[in-house]
Design a protein around this ligand. Structure first.
Ligand SMILES: [Zn+2]
Length: 287
């Protein structure tokens, strides 16, 4: 791109005053043999503004679930809350019909790692821990986050895995820095999980997000510090480690082809945030 032309990102600034510096820096890292992001996953100021609106709706949907979720409720009722709130506010639940997924939200209980399908026959019981994973499309822009909910009095085992999962995510966020690497986040998460006797699921990870539900890069939470893609301002992705009590191994439900269970029936917990890399740090876009 010519130095004095208007930058491709639509900022209205000349290229030399905008993305030229970032892209020259990317080229230096690339020459060093590092994995660098393609331009198409660096969000423009307009895209960031629109994706933030989607993320705000996603947070409001999770708040609506948090207000109503209780013992005795079916996971199908959670699905209805998500569908109704999202569509009433002009959004579309991203999971609905995504690669054949039949519902608007994923609800994963206890030994379910992820991708649980809401069902009239799954009733929340005292002692359950449940991950509710909400993803929203608003005006064509995507957002994604999940929270853990606890039903009544839960076991110490369950309390501990949720607490450590929260700590893992916080450590991951603290390790995320512009011009660092995705592996820095993974290492912070994995080492804290291991120090607590837990494991991190390896074959399912996070993803880029914003213009599509799942974009580049795949985000692993087990790779070493300094490895994987360079973190460049404008990148957006999820931090969503799945922490297992025992083995990191899992199996997928043969009947519905979606729900992922721990192989040893141990508990699994997950918390997901969506983040934006900025020149001066990381911004968390969802709650
Ligand atoms: Zn620019």
């Amino acid at each position: 791109m010519e130095r004095n032309a208007l930058c491709w990102c639509g900022s209205g600034k000349k290229y030399k005053k905008c993305h030229m510096q970032i892209e020259e820096k990317i080229q230096l890292h690339k020459a060093n043999g590092e994995i660098v992001p393609p331009r198409k996953i660096l969000k423009t100021p307009y895209q960031i503004e629109m994706i933030k609106k989607s993320a705000a709706l996603n947070t409001a949907v999770l708040d609506a679930v948090a207000e109503k979720i209780c013992i005795g409720m079916s996971t199908a009722e959670i699905d209805r809350i998500v569908y109704d709130y999202t569509t009433k506010h002009g959004g579309i639940p991203a999971p609905l019909n995504y690669q054949g997924f039949p519902k608007s939200v994923c609800t994963s209980l206890n030994n379910e790692v992820c991708h649980g399908i809401p069902d009239e026959n799954i009733i929340l019981q005292e002692g359950d821990i449940v991950n509710v994973d909400v993803s929203t499309i608003l005006d064509g822009f995507y957002s994604d986050a999940s929270r853990m909910f606890t039903m009544g009095k839960i076991s110490e085992r369950a309390q501990r895995i949720i607490k450590v999962t929260e700590e893992c995510v916080q450590r991951g966020l603290a390790a995320a820095k512009p011009w660092g690497h995705l592996g820095d986040i993974a290492d912070a998460i994995n080492s804290h999980a291991q120090a607590n006797g837990y494991s991190v699921v390896e074959d399912i990870g996070g993803h880029g997000i914003g213009l599509d539900f799942h974009e580049e890069p795949f985000v692993s939470y087990v790779t070493p510090k300094g490895s994987e893609m360079l973190l460049v301002p404008g990148m957006m992705f999820t931090i969503e480690p799945m922490i297992n009590e025992g083995s990191p191994d899992f199996f997928v439900d043969e009947d519905n082809d979606w729900t992922v269970y721990t192989i040893d029936d141990g508990l699994s917990a997950q918390i997901e945030y969506m983040v934006l890399v900025k020149e001066d740090g990381i911004e968390v876009l969802t709650k």
